[in-house]
Design a protein around this ligand. Sequence first.
Ligand SMILES: NC(=O)c1ccc[n+]([C@@H]2O[C@H](COP(=O)([O-])OP(=O)(O)OC[C@H]3O[C@@H](n4cnc5c(N)ncnc54)[C@H](OP(=O)(O)O)[C@@H]3O)[C@@H](O)[C@H]2O)c1
Length: 320
Amino acid sequence: MEYRRLGSSGLKVSEFSFGAWVTFGSQVDNSTATECMKIAYDAGVNFFDNAETYASGRAETVMGNILKQMKWDRTTYVVSSKVFWGGKLPNQRGLSRKHIMEACDAALKRLQVDYLDLYFCHRPDPDTPIEETVRAMTDLIRMGKVLYWGTSEWSAEAIMEAYNLSRKYMLVPPTMEQPQYNMLHRDKVEREFANLYSEIGLGLTIWSPLASGILTGKYNKGISKDSRLNIPAMSWLKESITGEEGEKKLDMVRKLEKLAKEVGISLNHLALLWCLSNKNVSTVILGASKAEQLADNLKALDAKNLVNNEVLQKINAVIQ
Ligand SMILES: NC(=O)c1ccc[n+]([C@@H]2O[C@H](COP(=O)([O-])OP(=O)(O)OC[C@H]3O[C@@H](n4cnc5c(N)ncnc54)[C@H](OP(=O)(O)O)[C@@H]3O)[C@@H](O)[C@H]2O)c1
């Protein structure tokens, strides 16, 4: 495992990290969650991603119990939470000072840690001035409850506004953003954020590197019973690979699968290494509902040198 700087910060994150969305506290049982965390940690993964909304907080409770049980030295891992969707009532969601402060305390309790290494604003909140959010995040950092704060799926314009406000009022600027990035979803990372890496030193912790499993090629043959696509709340994902648009997507996946075969690796390895080939990516957050999936995905690192410039060009020709 190699480690990259989180943007221009001094924090080092493993190239592959591991997240709890859909799985912890819902799709997988606690023993599978424990096995996955152990596989990841033993392979050198040092960043574990979570959010207040994952399984309504249960994902953080499960992860917190595992961290406690494993007794890993706190200096050896980075753990995150995200604030935005806490509950249904008006002040249980969004990025107001009140919700940020209360959500942070609740996440610390569930994760059973004294501080969050990374704390993300899970989405932009049109009902809260960005200055209020930047001030709340700065205060959490000054209180020692959070080390670095960032955003997820914010626009480049909103990130720049947060950055400029923090410079103007001597507050703490955002360090990282968490966008979706994979061979089927590239625009934000490659175009919209293009200037932010050098201008403000933005780091990226990217999500859904396999487009929720579509980039393993398994949906080319239909949808298995135990897939996340069959979870009722994920019907939007199922719809994304059905119909005319879905067929176009699967057609591209079939072409990529053929290319992976030529390179001599699996499609999931090709897809993960493609994400890593972007030097603006600080870490690729893996997801898995089975220990074997995670173990297999981590093995992609052994094939790093096979995904050279020539292969990257061939991939680009398919996904352009
Ligand atoms: N900030 C945000 O808004 C946001 C949004 C989404 C995710 N995230 C973060 O990013 C993390 C990763 O996202 P993700 O879970 O969508 O990642 P992903 O790698 O795109 O998808 C993971 C899913 O793909 C399937 N899969 C993975 N490896 C496989 C393999 N080798 N063979 C067959 N199937 C495989 C599994 O689904 P099945 O159960 O269907 O087999 C697995 O749960 C999340 O855990 C979360 O921490 C953040």
